[in-house]
Design a protein around this ligand. Sequence first.
Ligand code: COA
Ligand code: ZN
Length: 305
Amino acid sequence: MVERVIVNEVGPRDGLQSQGKTLSVAQRLEMIQVLLDTGIRSVEVGSFVSPKAVPQMAGTDELFAQLPMADQVAYSALIPNAKGYELAKAAGVKSVAVVLSATETMNQRNIRMSLDETTAVCTELMQRAREDGLEARAYVAVAFECPFEGVTPAERVISLTQRMFDAGADKVIIADTIGAANPLAVRKVLTPLQAFSEAGRLSCHFHDTRGMALANVLASLQAGVREFDSSIGGLGGCPFSPGATGNLATEDLVLMLNAMGFETGIDSLALVEAVKRIEALTETALGGHSFRWLQRQVAQGVKHA
Ligand code: COA
Ligand code: ZN
């Protein structure tokens, strides 16, 4: 039996939010179409945050009104607070993701609330999303290390995850915001949560800052996780988190998953064209570890990688 793994593309949100160049809504739409052309069917479109805090994400409501293939693609949006929830709901968003950072300082820096306040707000928003019939997702951010507080205790990540499930979250995304995780640390967090992974309710979000993102994906797969965030060409970072450089590149993730026999529905060779087009749109040099190799396969006329 072929096992499916969901690849959730976060380039349009996590990727673009930290870029020097702000894309227009039309360019963001073009980026999403380019991604869909590769077979990607799960996309984090943007966030409903203060345009003063993150100007790159202004106009996410307009973007949602124009999204193609809405019935075939799982589109989601990030929301930091109740105002973001209202705006997302009004824009017709069907899946919202709240962000709960596992440390006090990161919550303050990111969304100006304490960890307790954020937990309360996230709990309420998960419940509201459920009542309103939206998919409720929760990020547990800086789940391995915080740029301000150092190593994050695994027990805290596990208990925050449990609290989000108790609040009604459909899915929790364990996020290594600054790319500081390693496979053993991943196993420590994920093993106690294995029942949620096997129920398809846990996802992982890795950054490749220290080159360990794919190793961390393998550790997660072994703990039963079957959904991952990644960003085309490795585009990304968090503007409020010093040291948060590129995300795990979608082409690296897809190449490994396909090679391992998982079904992703994504053509790794088609990602080469996507990287090039999004590189032109963002005016940022892109490409994961496998990009040059993939590019050579395309140049040689190889049909499957
Ligand atoms: N969407 C749009 N605007 C929002 C908003 C939202 N979700 N939440 C608040 N605002 C607006 C308020 O209306 C207010 O606007 P005004 O200055 O025109 O009156 C302004 O933002 C400040 O509101 P306030 O409630 O005082 O928020 P704050 O200054 O404490 O900022 C956040 C908190 C969360 C709004 C802001 O820090 C933010 O959007 N951060 C983005 C975090 C992010 O994207 N991180 C990366 C992803 S994890
Ligand atoms: Zn991220």
